[in-house]
Design a protein around this ligand. Structure first.
Ligand code: MG
Length: 159
């Protein structure tokens, strides 16, 4: 019998000047970057949490503690690969994901096709199964003022 499960994830990081900005597995040219224990890739973290949620395997902080030196500065693509190992251990594969990144600047649209390629390879799905949307926060609140970045992800997994 087919089992289909939904999951969703949310992540936020503070932005600061003079550090790199990683989103969707890429380094995005920017004067401001995201602050975090890992590479602070907000989109990959939201996807990790969506997958954990779908498999009911707790959350990213539970698996990859932000006080563990092992994860200091780690490439979040490695974290997402580890999540996939857990998903597959439960017999599941990914059907599709749908995501939104909230960021005032820089514009992400030029980078989305490459992000889709990177993420689809890790999730072992077709490009068409990876939706990435970008929006600003209309200059409102911390996100709109360029002080923070947020991402949402929804996913479907099946076995
Ligand atoms: Mg995070």
């Amino acid at each position: 019998m087919t089992s289909i499960r939904i999951g969703y994830g949310v992540d936020v990081h503070r932005l600061d000047s003079g550090i790199p900005l990683f989103i969707g597995g890429l380094e995005i040219p920017s004067e401001i970057g995201a602050v975090g224990h890992s590479d602070a890739d907000v989109l990959l973290h939201a996807i990790c949490d969506a997958l954990f949620g779908a498999a009911n395997r707790r959350d990213i902080g539970y698996h990859f503690s932000d006080t563990d030196p092992k994860f200091k500065g780690i490439d979040s693509k490695i974290l997402l690969e580890e999540v996939m190992v857990l998903i597959e251990a439960k017999g599941y594969s990914v059907v599709n994901i749908d995501t939104t990144v909230i960021l005032e600047r820089p514009k992400l649209n030029p980078h989305i096709p490459e992000m889709q390629e990177v993420i689809s390879k890790i999730l072992k799905v077709e490009l068409d199964a990876v939706s990435i949307k970008a929006t600003t926060h209309e200059k409102v609140d911390s996100f709109g003022e360029g002080n923070a970045i947020k991402a949402y992800a929804a996913c479907l997994i099946e076995k």
